[in-house]
Design a protein around this ligand. Structure first.
Ligand code: FES
Length: 107
């Protein structure tokens, strides 16, 4: 288990206990915690409804793949710390990660 801090974009922070051994990506973890992520592409890195900003721990994430970069490029509000949660697979190195949900602000 690792701990990830999530800002829902409306100023509410929550610390989540996240398993690293069940094969879920971060988008699926957030949905399991009932964050309202549409995930219309089913985690293919195409819909950007799982857009997050990494506030802390970006150095411990695997780099963006080309597909993720292409999708992030289409977002007007993407920044240097933007990622797609579905393209991140939690592992033990990510303990203490802090993220902010971006897409929820737009709905
Ligand atoms: S769920 Fe569609 S881009 Fe992540």
């Amino acid at each position: 288990m690792i701990q990830i801090t999530v800002d829902n974009g409306a100023g509410e922070n929550r610390d989540l206990e996240v398993p690293t051994d069940v094969g879920l990506n971060l988008m699926e973890v957030l949905k399991a915690y009932e964050y309202d992520i549409m995930a219309t592409c089913g985690g293919m890195g195409l819909c950007a409804t799982c857009h997050i900003e990494v506030l802390k721990g970006a150095e411990n994430l695997s780099p963006c793949n080309d597909n993720e970069l292409d999708t992030l490029d289409t977002l007007p509000d993407a920044g240097a710390h933007s990622r797609l949660a579905c393209q991140i697979r939690p592992n033990v190195n990510m303990d203490g990660l802090a993220i902010k949900l971006k897409a929820l602000q737009e709905v």
